[in-house]
Design a protein around this ligand. Structure first.
Ligand SMILES: CC(C)NC(=O)[C@H](Cc1c[nH]c2ccccc12)NC(=O)[C@H](CCCC/N=C(/NCCC(=O)O)S[C@H]1O[C@H](COP(=O)(O)OP(=O)(O)OC[C@H]2O[C@@H](n3cnc4c(N)ncnc43)[C@H](O)[C@@H]2O)[C@@H](O)[C@H]1O)NC(=O)OCc1ccccc1
Length: 240
């Protein structure tokens, strides 16, 4: 399966693999990361665009921020790292799940089926009035947008998890981590919780833990093994 020193027992049938991905996985598809040079948090203050308080204070500014991010998703394609993870799911005769912090649709476009968007999706909208969720595609959400369910105008927001909000499908994620034989973290800085705490949970559950990242993350010391490099290099090497 790879020249990365995976313990032999993980390469046989039936091993359960859980993969956490972050913005670094989509960087080579042309999407900005958050904390790297030229990253999103260099241009925007996260407390002004990625918190429920910011949306209450200035919905037009927040919606414009996400409309720009949504437009940036229009002409990007999955890269070799997305493709390799979809291939691993197809070929590995055990269970492979991807838990992504990314709100872009590149994993599913690459063919990954076992996928949890723990921080939501840029192509979905959520009514802050009635909680209705709607596939919104690549269209803008504006202060004039109305909820298809309750009809309220001006309460539609991107269906993403903001700081201070509970990430999605946490029970499922904790179950996956508790049953993992192999936990792999790819393209994430390990600075945002609860995702940054997954390696510890997986390790305590007996999983072997591997980090693939351009540079060592905040939590690199918690991994059994870490490889630095571009995801389009390191992930295909893991799968071949
Ligand atoms: C800033 C941080 C300290 N704050 C938090 O963690 C907060 C508060 C908090 C909670 N618990 C704590 C404990 C301690 C301290 C603080 C907290 N967390 C929350 O508010 C979370 C909600 C956080 C979610 C916020 N929403 C995002 N995104 C969606 C929206 C949007 O996209 O706009 S966070 C956003 O940033 C996070 C980090 O980004 P990364 O993906 O890692 O990207 P980054 O740019 O940082 O790094 C990129 C990496 O890739 C590498 N790289 C670059 N290019 C490549 C390349 N080519 N190849 C490989 N690697 C590459 C780079 O080297 C780099 O390391 C991601 O999660 C991402 O989704 N909610 C919550 O905790 O609810 C209650 C709760 C309690 C218990 C159990 C459950 C819940």
């Amino acid at each position: 399966m790879t020249d990365i020193p995976l313990p032999s027992e993980l390469q046989h049938a039936g091993s359960r693999i859980t993969i956490l991905t972050g913005a670094g996985l989509s960087a080579e598809s042309g999407l900005h990361t958050f904390r790297d040079r030229g990253g999103i948090w260099e241009k925007y203050d996260l407390t002004e665009v990625a918190t429920p308080e910011a949306f209450a204070r200035n919905p037009a500014f927040v919606l414009d921020f996400y409309n720009q991010r949504r437009r940036a998703n229009e002409d990007v394609k999955p890269n070799a790292a997305h493709e390799a993870l979809a291939q691993l799911e197809r070929e590995h005769d055990g269970v492979v799940w991807v838990v992504t912090q990314n709100i872009d649709p590149l994993h599913e476009i690459a063919g990954t089926k076992n996928l949890v968007h723990m921080h939501g999706e840029i192509t979905k909208a959520l009514c802050a009035e009635c909680g209705h969720r709607e596939d919104w595609g690549m269209a803008d959400i504006t202060p004039q947008s109305s909820c298809p369910a309750c009809g309220t105008i001006g309460r539609m927001r991107p269906d993403v998890v903001w700081f201070g909000e509970m990430p999605y499908r946490m029970e499922e994620i904790f179950d996956l981590l508790a049953q993992s034989d192999l936990f792999i973290s790819i393209g994430t800085s390990g600075t945002v919780y609860p995702a940054a705490g997954f390696v510890e949970i997986a390790r305590e559950a007996g999983a072997w833990t591997l980090e693939l990242n351009l540079e060592p993350s905040e939590g690199v010391s918690q991994f059994h093994h870490a490889v630095q490099g571009r995801a389009t290099q390191t992930v295909p090497a893991l799968v071949e």
